[in-house]
Design a protein. Sequence first.
Lengths: 582, 198, 480
Amino acid sequence: MVVKVFFPTSCSAADSGLLVGRWIAEQSSAVVLAVLHFPFVPGQVKQYLTDVRLASGLGLAVLGSWSNSAEEKREELEQFLEDLRIIFCHEPWLQIRREKSTKFWSCQAIRSQQESAAEEIKVILIYHDQRKVMLSLLHPPESHLAAGDHRTEPLSTGGASELAAVFNTVAQSRVLFMTDKYDEGPVRLTHWQSEGVEGSILVELLKQASGPVCMFLTFLLSLLSAVCKSRVLQMWPLSFLWSKLSTCEQLGHRLHQLRLLCSSKKAQDQIQFTRKANILVSFLLDIVLGVLLLSWLYSKNRIGQLADTLIPMADYVAQELQDLLQWLMGVPAGLKMNRALDQVLGRFFQYHIHLWISYIHLMSPFIEMILWYIGLSTCLGFTMALSIFSDVIALLTFHIYCFYVYGARLYCLKIYGLSSLWRLFRGKKWNVLRQRVDSCSYDLDQLFIGTLLFTILLFLLPTTALYYLVFTLLRLVVVLVQGLIHLLVDMINSLPLYSLALRLCRSYRLAAGVKFRVLEQQTGKPLRLLMQINPLSYGRVVQLYSLPTSSSYPKDSWGSLLKKLFLGELIYPWRQKDNKQD
Amino acid sequence: MQEQQFTNIYGGAISLQCRSYDAASCREFSVCTQKLSLRGLTACTCAVWLAAYALFAYTENSAVLSAAIFVTLIGLLFYLHFVKIDQESLLVIASLGIQMTSYYASGKESTTFIEMNNVKDVVINEAIYMQKVIYYLCILLKDPVDPHGISEVVPVFQTSAARHLPTRWTASKAAGPSNSFEGAVQVEINMCILETTL
Amino acid sequence: MACGIEAKETLPEPNNSYRVNCGKWSLLRAHRICMVSDFFYPNMGGVESHIYQLSQCLIERGHKVIIVTHAYGNRKGVRYLTNGLKIYYLPLKVMYNQSTATTLFHSLPLLRYIFVRERINMVHSHSSFSAMAHDSLFHAKTMGIHTVFTDHSLFGFADVSSVLTNKLLTVSLCDTNHIICVSYTSKENTVLRAALDPEIVSVIPNAVDPAEFMPDQDRRNGSTITIVVVSRLVYRKGIDLLGGIIPELCQKYPHLHFLVGGEGPKRLVLEEVRERYQLHDRVHLLGALEHQDVRNVLVQGQIFLNTSLTEAFCMAIVEAASCGLQVVSTRVGGIPEVLPENLIILCEPSVKSLCEGLEKAIAQHQAERSPSPESIHNTVKTFYTWRNVAERTEKVYDRVAGETVLPMCERLERLFAHCGSVTGYFFAVCAVVNFLFLLFLRWVTPDSIIDIAVDATGPNGAWTRQHISTGAKKGKRTEA
């Protein structure tokens, strides 16, 4: 039988006394939490342990004796410790003795008479840093995570895990450590000692103030959300518009986060606390970046310059489009198109551009003012500015979107027509009820009409396909730009900066597991190991703590995207995946 | 502590050190691979620089040369810090667990500790790897949900690619009619060196 | 971590009592056989079960057998089946119809590794549809390993695809040591297609396990007549004919039922027929069947119908006859050889002829002139057994082991002489390239680096030894 003794390094220099800790029977391991010093009254010690047991919910007990031979009067002490075993009976009784001038301790685990004959008990001493173990949060390995979503409760999975039990024990016995060194309690203990809470008036004031501030903010936020949810804004055209604008989504997301942050409920555990801290840090960073951008924008009349370049840009784009249409209406790339259809389509699109240009010119006197007011919103955060930018792009390229939709609808119609007529050709038909292709016998005139239509559609297809191709490419460019902006926004929204900083500066706080180092050995003495905390890798930190984002990414693969493009189904930028139906 | 020489699956030389700390309860096995060869390093650097020089002669842009130096340095750092593993060790502590450590050429260590009550078994398995069929040593982890299942297979000495050979077989046969395809049989091969310690 | 050779030496010899117990074993000439085919479990069909049963019987006879096939979905790597039959599921890309894509060279590294580590001295490829089988023949010949090929199917000579396949077969088989066909028709066909010397072509029919296909009188429904069809629903199996037969017979006989097992693209034809003539209660489509369920389907009927358009050796009719069914089949390929005339009604592959045949069978059944299922089963039981197949295959192996593998120069000459100038030269170049590739691989990973695998089966097989030890224990227990 092997007994594992987890011994805190902070106790290794303690005076002789009793070992207080928890015995985990199923793993036959003893977690030493503190050393209890002489003099004491056994009754008081028992009373004290019961109190602590109630406070921490852990089965604390006296595990054995500890003797540090730096002191004198050895023999009597030995005898005394031997007697103690009878008072605090514990199975097995540990005896750890530290001798002068050697770092190897002798260690024994003694069982009562009947069992001792059965087998020899070996002891492994495992040193650990009590403070780090207490503060660190043990994460389950990746494979466990895959089995189910344990993201919210990393400790619960480790029920069977031995290390989790040890970590739990140390973390829950915080009550034991909170007694101050100078407190005159009934007993005197040695364990890890905090340097004392650093008290500052400012911190205290902030703490006091945070409550009312939070309440005030919550009130404001609830007011704001009440306004947002009001009936007027939920009416049909408006709600449709809101769902399309990424600015609104980002605003909603931030509001939700703020509400979470200001809620009067205290964070229940470390995970929730970390999440709140992450939100706060990402929010602050966002604001700081936004303010920087604001100061850059409003110095040296940059807004005016921007507005001045915007109109010529739009004109230029429209001109280019017009040229492109002219080219398509001729003999593009040497292709011979159906002349009549080509002309009709080209004129239609040209008229559209004409409309667009006049609309822009109508707007031009107000553009600078609009930009000026929009620019103010940057103070709400960098992500907000990016979202607005994305929306502005969407508005300015509305004509491209229109072209794309017309082209796609036309093309889609043709493809579907062709595919169903091709089935008619082969004597098949699509059975809607059974979702399969059935064979079917057609009449002669049905076949005749079908063939006629098929031929017409087939010969008109290249013209439509060309228009569709060109406008799809244009649309893809816009979607790509918008997608990149959304990616950036999501990254700022979801990056767990607080956790990352914690990992960087206090790497023991986020533990992936432990690692052991074998310390120097001497024959006849127990095996000595040093337990260190293995920090979580950065990738895992991001994976575990990244904040949920508001956007839903389409799960489309490239293959399905290509298929959609080929069939002429409409594609949308990433945010609008949910609204595919309309 | 004894040291033995072996070859890995690519024919390269590796050495195995077995160190016993405390009778049978704590043993360490470490496999050292070949150190970074100066010849290969020089060849790579020369190749990159020659290519850069050719490009420089063609474009007459000196940024190419500085980029080449930069790329070589970054590449070397990356290789030493993330790719090249000098030594892999397996520390087996009775009743506590198995710890696997990889020592990178830059001195970085990466450690994984597996608790003993998560270990289902240690077996030598057979697998198709690249264009080879090899035996490899691996640790089977218990599935926390299903006590008979295996949640994960953790290969040991992965980068040193040591050749493991089964010296003792224990085959367990699934009950079933002998003529059906269903009687798939699971083979477990215990490794002799770990038998004593586990 | 002992070295391979040492480990091999530590393996104890099989004890003598074992050798005495299995006196019929030819331990002197135990071959190490590698079966290669694209088709194996979990795919289901005639070739697959042929390979499996043959391997099991060869293992029983003391040979070492491994099977190499391509990965099926998640099933990849190395697996073991009953009695230590070792399967390599190689990660090769599937191209069409479960057959792998071939480039003639890309599979060499893995196959060479397997042949070396398993110390293979006989490569046995199956099915001419399998690209992997041809590849492995090619590589084995390059490496100087004896080769055997089993052809399971018949081909035409007229259309483009068969002309191409025939050419490929000519190239692949011209320097193969021995070829096995499943029926005389198939042998004729193969000899003609691949322009082979009939001397090196043997006929070993397929077999069924009669114990698995026992008749069961209780399962039959007395008042109705059920016609059973079990086949893949593809064009080759004549499902279009079946679609013509069903309405015609169903109109004539009101108590006639059809039971169709199997899956495939032609299922639609049957479904449409069923819907058009409103036969939902009389035509049952069971979908894909597991191998062990086939018997339970067969015993529910009285008549078995096979409408194949081409067939080398029809396992299905033997299985059906073994279950005591009256068999009606088309007269194509090797089918006439399979069963004696009193057990089968042969028809031309047309709707009319098949209907006549079926009517004859129904009349026989109604007049109760047909023999009882038990008597049919007892007759068929003796015809085809796997032990017999394995014995005959073993003889082929023994003969092949005595021959020499053609050296490179003779191989090239054979290719020129047999395969025409263009193809011959092309494949001669391929053979040379393959040989150079092999030399390159031997330089990169010499044979000495490749670990010798522990034998699961064969004379020194870990499985056989373990089997003996548990068997001995059991024996002791029963004695006590």
